[in-house]
Design a protein around this ligand. Structure first.
Ligand code: DQA
Length: 134
């Protein structure tokens, strides 16, 4: 399960110098074509509670979750708690190197409860996270 947080629906047009020119759906199609033996589900929301609901919904049955909580990474105790509460391992990913950006992006409420963290490899961060489950 790949879960994307706020504003990641705008990938491809949003700050392309940071996040690149590819939309997430284009990237996901490439990922699906490359890893045909993996079943991918994808969910994106700009709403914190919807992200928590989705983590709870899939977090007791799926093999793995790749989570980019985007801006909520740095603010949401609720998402951090949800990652802790569920059984499915979560890999936290970020497209940009958040440690090379503003200080408020250095804090993550997800990291302490994630199985691992992959940061700063562009969209390839998601692929590396998927590979960690194979
Ligand atoms: C992001 C980094 C966050 O700080 C930012 O708010 C995002 C995207 C990333 O993937 O680089 O929306 O999670």
């Amino acid at each position: 399960m790949i879960i994307n947080g706020p504003n990641l629906n705008l990938l491809g047009t949003r700050e392309p110098e940071i996040y690149g020119n590819l939309s997430f759906t284009e990237f996901l199609d490439e990922l699906k074509a490359k890893y045909t033996n993996i079943h991918f589900d994808y969910f994106q929301s700009n709403i914190e509670g919807e992200l928590i609901d989705k983590l709870q919904e899939v977090g007791f049955s799926y093999d793995g979750i790749v989570l980019n909580a985007a801006a909520y990474t740095h603010t949401s105790v609720g998402i951090g708690d949800a990652v802790k509460a569920i059984k499915t391992p979560v890999i936290e990913v970020h497209i940009s190197n958040t440690f090379d950006r503003e200080k408020f992006r250095h804090k993550s409420y997800v990291s302490p409860n994630a199985r691992g963290i992959i940061i700063g490899f562009g969209l390839q961060s998601y692929e590396l996270a998927v590979q960690s489950f194979i």
